[in-house]
Write a new protein. Structure first.
Length: 210
């Protein structure tokens, strides 16, 4: 479980002498690890099958020095996927398509004397459209970074781990893209394992984004 500290998140104070209520409030949010692929020219130095460069999207909340992944609270009537896509668009101006679920992180903190336990569900999201129109009252700036640079900039260790997992999912799927295309052509071939057929079916609609 990840826990923010006063140093990491100065506007929220963890612990201290403020009186706490007997019960802990639960809050649920969702967000995304958003990527976009950039075509690069082939060269002898580029590894075979590696003709794409991928950048990752981060936000810097207003009046902070933090860099983090876009996310926000799940509203009534929403599921976590809908929330993730809505919050990404509101905070960054980027519309996206969910590729897969990455995982969850949880932590607790104290705010105005109340002890709050928060859980955020993250999804791997492929960017589809950028408008450069985002909530500037909440977000100071957005940025696209290479994986290494994004890892360096992210403030929270838990989000670095989520980014790492997201990249792992993308790498795994991209590594099998050619096979997925072949599977789509052969259909019900008995020469392919059921698990691989299921995986191909799952990602069939996402081939363009991987």
């Amino acid at each position: 479980m990840a826990q923010w500290t006063e140093h990491q998140f100065p506007e929220l104070r963890v612990g201290g002498s403020s009186p706490l209520r007997d019960t802990m409030i639960r809050r649920f949010s969702a967000g995304g690890v958003v990527y976009k692929k950039l075509k690069v020219q082939s060269s002898p130095r580029v590894e075979a099958g590696s003709k794409l460069k991928v950048n990752w999207l981060l936000i810097q909340p207003k009046d902070t020095n933090r860099w983090q992944l876009p996310k926000g609270q799940i509203e009534k009537g929403e599921d976590s996927q809908k929330t993730a896509l809505r919050e990404i668009k509101e905070e960054t101006g980027v519309s996206g398509k969910i590729i897969d679920k990455i995982g969850k992180i949880s932590w607790w903190f104290v705010q105005e004397g109340e002890k709050i336990f928060k859980t955020v569900t993250f999804y791997l999201v492929a960017a589809q459209k950028e408008t450069n129109s985002f909530d500037k009252d909440e977000v100071a700036q957005i940025g696209w970074f290479s994986y290494d640079k994004a890892c360096q900039k992210l403030t929270f260790k838990s989000e670095k781990e989520i980014l790492e997992k997201g990249k792992g999912i993308l790498d795994k799927v991209r590594g099998r893209k050619d096979l997925f295309v072949k599977l789509a052509a052969v259909g019900k071939s008995k020469k392919v394992s059921k698990s691989l057929k299921d995986l191909s079916k799952k990602y069939k609609g996402y081939l363009y984004f991987i």
